[in-house]
Write a protein that binds this ligand. Structure first.
Ligand code: HEM
Length: 146
């Protein structure tokens, strides 16, 4: 999916705040997702939540996607590495909207008024593009493994 220039520009403008507050956002994201979607909680290693490894890894992956949002192809290799982890744990396309909803909510919770309607709209579109790319990569990995 090709994003419009305005969306790309807004997403790129959020890179500094993501760099500064990414882990705060992903910590809020996991707390909310595990509470509202207990069915996905079992997929995660709680040790990596406690020691902060997973919120850190997710924040870095989101930052990396934001920095390359106009050309996700450039980070196909990194996404394939993450995709391999996802495929081992049986992450499926149906899970992506849950993550998207909770991520948008965490942006609002953490950034408060700084999460303007423009920023939320741009990130909604950007997340869908990022998720579509992950899903495509993982489809290939599932096919290769079958
Ligand atoms: C675009 C959205 C997503 C991004 C950017 C993302 C990013 C990541 C990253 C960076 C890792 C760490 C990989 C490693 O250990 O090397 C990871 C692991 C993982 N992801 Fe995702 N992910 C996304 C979507 C999802 C979805 C939809 C699910 C399913 C609910 C999911 C479930 C997991 C699980 C279970 C792990 C293993 C973590 C653990 O061991 O606790 N992810 N993901």
């Amino acid at each position: 999916m090709q994003l419009d220039n305005k969306t790309i520009e807004i997403v790129k403008s959020t890179v500094p705040i993501l760099r500064a507050r990414g882990e705060e956002i992903t910590k809020a994201f996991y707390a909310d997702m595990f509470e509202r979607y207990p069915s996905v909680k079992g997929m995660f290693d709680m040790e990596k939540q406690k020691n902060g490894k997973q919120p850190k890894a997710l924040a870095l992956a989101i930052l990396n996607a934001a920095e390359n949002i106009e050309n996700l192809e450039a980070i196909r290799k990194q996404i394939t590495n993450i995709g391999n982890v996802h495929v081992k744990l049986n992450v499926k396309p149906k899970h992506y909207p849950i993550v998207g909803e909770c991520l948008l909510k965490a942006l609002t919770t953490v950034l408060k008024d700084a999460a303007t309607p423009d920023i939320l709209e741009a990130w909604d579109k950007a997340y869908n593009a990022i998720a579509a790319f992950y899903i495509e990569v993982e489809k290939g990995l599932y096919e290769k493994n079958s």
